[in-house]
Design a protein around this ligand. Structure first.
Ligand code: ARG
Length: 618
C-alpha cells in the first residue's frame, strides 16, 4: 500500500466524532512545502465547523489518537488546526531498501482491475496527419500506459475516420484531376494532393458564398450602389471580379455536391467507389503507420467508421424500438437532456451520422470485450457530441458502463492563435517531428560533441520526439498550449530534455565509478539519510505509486510529468550537495549510488509511461 493510502487509512481510523472518516482521510495530502512536514491532514477545520468545536483542540485530540506506527511520529498541530506529518528517517531508509529490490518501484496493481477501451488518435485517414493529431495520440498513449501499469486491461482503439466526406472528396479528385504518374510514384502524396485540391475549393465556397449572398441581398432590396461598394470591399483581397466570384462559388458548390454524391455512392455500395476505397485504404494506413512507429504508438484494434457501417441500420431500429429515437422533420433523432439540439441518428436523405457510428461502437465494444469503461481522447470541441452519445448509450442499455470524454485544448502558435504554417495551412505532423529532431540535433551537437555520430543521431531522435511529447503531456490537457520548439528542446526548465539529461547523469555516475546499478542492487546497501537533500529525494521516490494513482484517477499525464520534474530537481539538489563517488565512506558511497539508481529507474519508468525514451548518455 502506498504512503498516502497508509496515512489516509490511519487518519480515517482516528477521525473526529461526527466527521465522515472518508472525507477526513481525503483531506490528507502531500505537503506543498517541506516546512509543513511531508504530508498534511487538513480535515480538522471542516470537522470542527460541522460539530461546533475548536479546530486546534480537535486536531490535537486526533494527533494523540492517530496510530502511524513506525512510519512517523505523532503529527504536529499547526496554524488554525492543520496536522503536519513528518515521516521517520529510519522508516524512509527501510522503505528505500525495499524499493531497491523491487522492479516495480513500489507500484502495486489495483485491486479493482477493469477492462478499459481507450479511443485515441482516431484521425480522418484520407488527410495527412497534422499537428492537431498530436494531442490525442500522445495523451491517449500515455493514459493507456499509466492505466495498464496499474494492472488494468487496456484495449487501445484507433477509431479511424475512414468513411466520411473526405473519401468522397478524394474520389471526386481521382475522377477529375488524377495525375496517374504521380500516383504511381507516391500514392500517399497524390491522394493528399487530391484531397487538398477539393478541400481548398470547398473552403472557397464556405468563405465566399456568404459574402456574395450579402451583396445579392442588397441588390434584391434595390440598392445596386451599396451592393457594388460592398462587393468591392469584400472581394478586394481576393482580387476577383463579380463574374469570377460567382464562378468560384458555383464551382465550389459543385465540388461539394459532387463529393457528397461520391460519398453517398461509396456508402451505398457502388462497386467502382468501393473498389477505389479499398485501393486507397492501405496507402492511407501505411502513412499513418510510419508516424505511429516513430511515436512508439501501437493499437490493439484499428476499427474505423467503415467497420461499424454495416451495423447502423440495426442501431437505429433498436433505438426506435426502445422508444429512444423518433421521426423529426424527415430525419430520425434522439432527444437528450444533455444538449438543446437533438442527436440525429439518420438524416433525411437516409445517411447515418458520426453519432450513429459512435453508438454502434459502444454496442460492439460491449458485445465483444464486455468493457467496464470507455474512454475517448478527443478535442474538447466535441464535448457536446460525447455528452449526447454517453447519455443515449446509457438509456439504450449501457447504464453500468463508465464513459469519459478525455478532452483536451488547442495547440497555439507563438502568436497565441491556432498553430498554422506561414501560408496558413495546418502543420503536417511528419515535418513537425523532423523539425523537432533537427532542433534537438543542434542541442546535441552543442552538448554532446564527444559522442560518435550514430549515437548523436539516435540521441537527437529521442530528444526531439520526447520534447514534442513532453511539451504536450506536461500541460494540463484541458488548457491550450503554445507550440514553441526552441523552448521544448531546452536543457533547462520543465522539458523532456532536462529529465532525459537527469536520467543520463544517474547512469554516467556508475560508469565513472566503474560499477553498475546491478552490482549496487545486489549489494543491498543500507540507505543512509545524512543530509536533508537525501531525505527529500527519498520521500519523493516513495511517492511514485500515489502519483500514478492520482494521474490515473484524473486521466492526466501532467500529474506524472510534474512529479518527474520535481524529482529531477531534487536529484539535482542532492547531486550538488552530496558527493557520491567521493563520499566520506564506502557505506555512504553505496547508499548514494543506490539513490542514483532509484532516481534513474523512477525517471525512466515515469518517462516510459509518458511514452518518452531515455538514453544512457547524452
Ligand atoms: N475522426 C474524428 C475526428 O477527427 C475523431 C474520432 C474520435 N472518436 C470517436 N469515437 N468519435 O474528429
Amino acid at each position: 500500500m502506498n504512503v498516502l493510502h497508509r496515512l489516509r487509512r490511519a487518519f480515517a481510523a482516528a477521525s473526529p466524532e461526527g466527521a465522515s472518516p472518508d472525507a477526513f482521510a481525503q483531506a490528507v495530502r502531500p505537503s506543498t512545502d517541506p516546512k509543513f512536514g511531508d504530508y498534511q491532514a487538513n480535515g480538522c477545520m471542516a470537522a470542527a465547523k460541522a460539530t461546533g468545536r475548536n479546530p486546534r483542540e480537535l486536531a490535537s485530540a486526533v494527533a494523540d489518537r492517530v496510530d502511524l506506527g513506525p512510519m512517523a511520529e505523532a503529527p504536529e498541530v499547526a496554524g488554525p488546526g492543520f496536522l503536519n506529518v513528518r515521516l521517520r528517517d529510519d522508516w524512509i531508509s527501510a522503505e528505500m531498501s525495499g524499493l531497491l529490490a523491487d522492479d516495480r518501484l513500489g507500484v502495486e496493481p489495483t485491486d479493482d482491475p477493469q477492462t478499459i477501451i481507450i479511443d485515441y488518435s482516431s484521425p480522418n485517414v484520407a488527410k495527412p496527419m497534422h499537428v492537431g493529431h498530436i494531442r490525442s495520440t500522445v495523451i491517449g498513449e500515455s493514459v493507456s500506459r499509466i492505466l495498464s501499469s496499474l494492472g488494468h486491461k487496456v484495449i487501445r482503439d484507433n477509431h479511424l475516420g475512414d468513411w466520411g466526406l473526405q473519401f468522397g472528396q478524394i474520389l471526386w479528385g481521382w475522377k477529375n484531376h488524377l495525375d496517374p504518374e504521380a500516383y504511381d510514384r507516391e500514392p500517399v502524396a497524390e491522394l493528399a494532393r487530391l484531397y487538398r485540391l477539393s478541400a481548398s475549393k470547398m473552403k472557397a465556397a464556405e468563405e465566399l458564398a456568404p459574402k456574395l449572398e450579402k451583396v445579392r441581398a442588397l441588390e434584391r432590396q434595390g440598392k445596386p450602389d451599396e451592393a457594388a461598394s460592398l462587393f468591392s470591399k469584400l472581394f478586394d483581397d481576393a482580387g476577383m471580379s463579380r463574374e469570377q466570384a460567382e464562378a468560384a462559388v458555383a464551382e465550389a458548390r459543385a465540388v461539394t455536391e459532387a463529393s457528397r454524391q461520391e460519398t453517398a455512392k461509396l456508402h451505398a455500395g457502388d462497386p467502382e467507389n468501393r473498389k477505389l476505397w479499398e485501393q486507397f485504404m492501405p496507402h492511407c494506413l501505411e502513412a499513418l503507420e510510419g508516424i505511429y512507429h516513430r511515436l512508439g504508438v501501437r493499437f490493439d484494434v484499428q476499427l474505423g467508421e467503415s467497420f461499424y457501417d454495416a451495423m447502423l441500420t440495426e442501431v437505429v431500429e433498436s433505438l426506435k424500438q426502445g422508444g429512444l429515437a423518433e421521426a423529426s422533420e424527415g430525419a430520425t433523432v434522439v432527444f437528450t437532456e444533455s444538449t438543446k439540439a437533438p442527436m440525429i441518428v439518420q438524416k433525411r436523405d437516409g445517411a447515418f451520422t458520426y453519432a450513429t457510428s459512435d453508438l454502434a461502437k459502444v454496442k460492439y465494444c460491449e458485445d465483444e470485450f464486455d468493457a467496464d469503461r470507455l474512454l475517448y481522447v478527443v478535442d474538447s470541441r466535441q464535448g457536446d457530441h460525447f455528452k449526447q452519445v454517453f447519455d443515449v448509450a446509457r438509456r439504450w442499455g449501457y447504464a453500468d458502463v463508465d464513459f469519459d470524454h478525455v478532452a483536451f485544448g488547442t495547440i497555439l502558435g507563438t502568436d497565441r492563435k491556432p498553430f498554422r504554417t506561414r501560408s496558413g495551412d495546418v502543420v503536417g505532423l511528419e515535418s513537425l517531428l523532423d523539425e523537432a529532431v533537427a532542433k534537438a540535433r543542434e542541442v546535441v551537437e552543442q552538448n554532446s560533441g564527444h559522442l560518435p555520430e550514430d549515437e548523436r543521431a539516435r540521441v537527437a531522435e529521442v530528444v526531439g520526439i520526447g520534447a514534442v511529447k513532453y511539451a504536450d503531456l506536461s500541460q494540463n490537457r484541458l488548457s491550450d498550449y503554445v507550440f514553441d520548439l526552441d523552448k521544448m528542446v531546452a536543457m533547462i526548465g520543465n522539458t523532456a530534455t532536462y529529465l532525459q539529461y537527469a536520467y543520463a547523469r544517474t547512469r554516467s555516475i556508475f560508469r565513472k565509478g566503474e560499477t553498475t546499478p546491478e552490482a549496487i542492487r545486489r549489494a543491498r546497501p543500507t540507505i543512509l539519510i545524512t543530509h536533508p537533500a537525501e531525505r527529500a529525494l527519498g520521500v519523493a521516490l516513495l511517492r511514485l505509486p500515489e502519483t500514478l494513482e492520482a494521474a490515473a484517477a484524473e486521466l492526466k499525464p501532467n500529474v506524472l510529468a510534474d512529479y518527474l520534474f520535481g524529482l529531477a530537481n531534487l536529484f539535482s539538489g542532492f547531486f550538488d550537495a552530496c558527493p557520491v563517488l567521493k563520499a566520506e565512506s564506502a557505506e555512504r558511497r553505496d547508499s548514494r549510488l543506490a539513490l542514483c539508481d532509484l532516481t534513474g529507474r523512477t525517471l525512466a519508468f515515469g518517462l516510459e509511461l509518458l511514452g518518452i525514451e531515455v538514453v544512457d548518455r547524452m
